[in-house]
Design a protein around this ligand. Structure first.
Ligand SMILES: O=c1ccn([C@H]2C[C@H](O)[C@@H](COP(=O)(O)OP(=O)(O)OP(=O)(O)O)O2)c(=O)[nH]1
Ligand SMILES: [Mg+2]
Length: 157
């Protein structure tokens, strides 16, 4: 690991490239030895305001090349949620391994105050994860289980 906190955990290699004009935006990195997420920063050129109840798509200035069999999840930062009520509209966002566009974050302000954002602010975190793909085959009758078709609080709340 060249940047960020070093770790003895297994790691995969993921190529990253900055979009034009984002050369000053720090690459995402793990902030502690065993952090699961790397923070994504806002690639914006002027201050952005998100009013209560409003959402905005914020570009992060990077593109990644995930190996097949992996995804990246874009997840909220709990600090922004706890302090300002700001989270991700589509949490967790899914970055497919074949996506080569700029990573973007859909921030929504569920708080009561206008939220303001500056260039380079850390707005979300990226968690790389393995993916299991399934082949769906049709079957007339599914195996019976203890739960059966009970859901939505079937076991009590
Ligand atoms: O928070 C997100 C979610 C997605 N993406 C990018 C990467 C992902 O691979 C692509 C498609 O995302 P998704 O499958 O969630 O969106 P969709 O509405 O199903 O679009 P598509 O038809 O392109 O799959 O958009 C982001 O940059 N940020
Ligand atoms: Mg899709």
């Amino acid at each position: 690991m060249k940047e960020g906190a070093s770790s003895s955990l297994d790691e995969i290699q993921v190529a990253v490239t900055r979009v034009e004009g984002a050369e000053d935006i720090p690459l995402p990195k793990y902030m502690t030895h065993q952090a699961a997420g790397m923070d994504l920063a806002a690639n914006i050129f002027e201050e952005v305001y998100i009013e209560p109840g409003e959402y905005k798509i914020i570009p992060c200035g990077i593109k990644i090349e995930l190996p097949p069999g992996y995804e990246a999840q874009v997840r909220p930062r709990s600090g922004l949620a706890a302090k300002y009520g700001v989270t991700l509209l589509n949490s967790p966002g899914t970055i497919d391994s074949d996506y080569r566009g700029e990573i973007k974050v859909i921030l929504i302000n569920l708080g009561k105050q206008r939220f303001s954002l500056k260039r380079g602010d850390r707005i979300a975190q990226l968690v790389i994860s393995g993916v299991v793909r399934a082949h769906l085959y049709e079957k007339d009758k599914l195996d019976e289980t203890q739960r059966g078709d009970g859901g939505f609080g079937h076991t009590g709340v």
